[in-house]
Ligand binder design. Structure first.
Ligand code: 6PG
Length: 247
């Protein structure tokens, strides 16, 4: 079920996203005693993370029962400024009482394949061999239609038998590691955060356009039984048909 919500600007969008996460996290903890959340990288989520690091969330959320993962990671050292883990630690995790054992980064040392294999092993152990069902997965959207590190026209889109995979992104000359779409799609709630006029065209194509998931991998994100939220600022939603905006 597509739920499209639009907001005047990224600040209001981020406040709504923080509130939505708080609601979903508390529901998960109440229901299952834990919340498994996969964080998005890139720049858009930073403001939401910073809001979650402040009152009321930093003291009211059950951080000891929240387990944090990443939807993808760049193959750089953990202290590198491109690291999604570093961004999340600096904007959120270093400022809330979450036990270090609840933080599950994608660890890259010198091999993208090893990083992906190790992450998959960790997931298999954590979810006791069952296909992972995250309570919340946050995602961003690139202006070329990628999400997580599922980039257009890359071999990673054809892989069926892996939960986590390395991917070489030629336009960035960078290896990354990503959760695969079937794993993301198991989530109870998938939340896209998309802001800015540069995303208006790709948002229209992904949400309203014909399916072409090789060109627009974000279209692979179709939760089985979960909810799919598109939290957009007005600039990103500008080209959507009116009826889509209020789905
Ligand atoms: C990453 C993200 C990536 C990101 C999009 C949007 O590691 O870069 O996983 O998929 O979400 O590129 O990035 P912005 O939010 O910076 O536009």
């Amino acid at each position: 079920m597509n739920i499209v919500k639009t907001y005047p600007n990224v600040a209001v969008l981020s406040a709504a996203a923080a509130e939505l996460f708080a609601e979903k996290a508390c529901q998960a903890v109440e229901k299952r005693g834990r919340c498994h959340v996969a964080l998005a990288g890139g720049g858009t989520p930073r403001l939401m993370y910073e809001l979650l690091a402040k009152e009321p969330y930093c003291t009211t959320l059950p951080w000891d029962k929240i387990h944090v993962y990443w939807g993808d990671e760049r193959c750089v050292p953990a202290h590198h400024n491109l690291s999604n883990q570093l961004m999340a630690r600096q904007s959120l995790l270093d400022h809330v009482p979450i036990p270090e054992g609840n933080i599950h980064p994608i660890v890259y040392e010198n091999s993208p394949s090893t990083a992906a294999e190790d992450y998959e092993k960790m997931l298999r152990a954590t979810f006791e061999g069952q296909i992972p069902q995250f309570d919340v997965v946050f995602l961003g959207l690139g202006d070329n239609g990628h999400t997580a590190s599922l980039f257009p026209d890359t071999d990673v889109l054809k892989i069926q038998d892996r939960w986590v995979s390395p991917v070489y992104v030629a336009e960035q000359d960078l290896y990354r590691v990503t959760l695969m779409a079937p794993i993301i799609n198991q989530a109870t709630a998938i939340i896209f955060l998309v802001a800015g006029s540069t995303k208006a065209q790709v948002i229209k194509e992904v949400i309203e356009g014909p399916r072409d998931s090789t060109r627009l991998p974000a279209q692979l994100i179709q939760p089985g039984n979960g909810e799919l939220y598109w939290l957009l600022d007005h600039e990103a939603a500008a080209l959507l048909n009116l009826e889509t905006r209020y789905l």
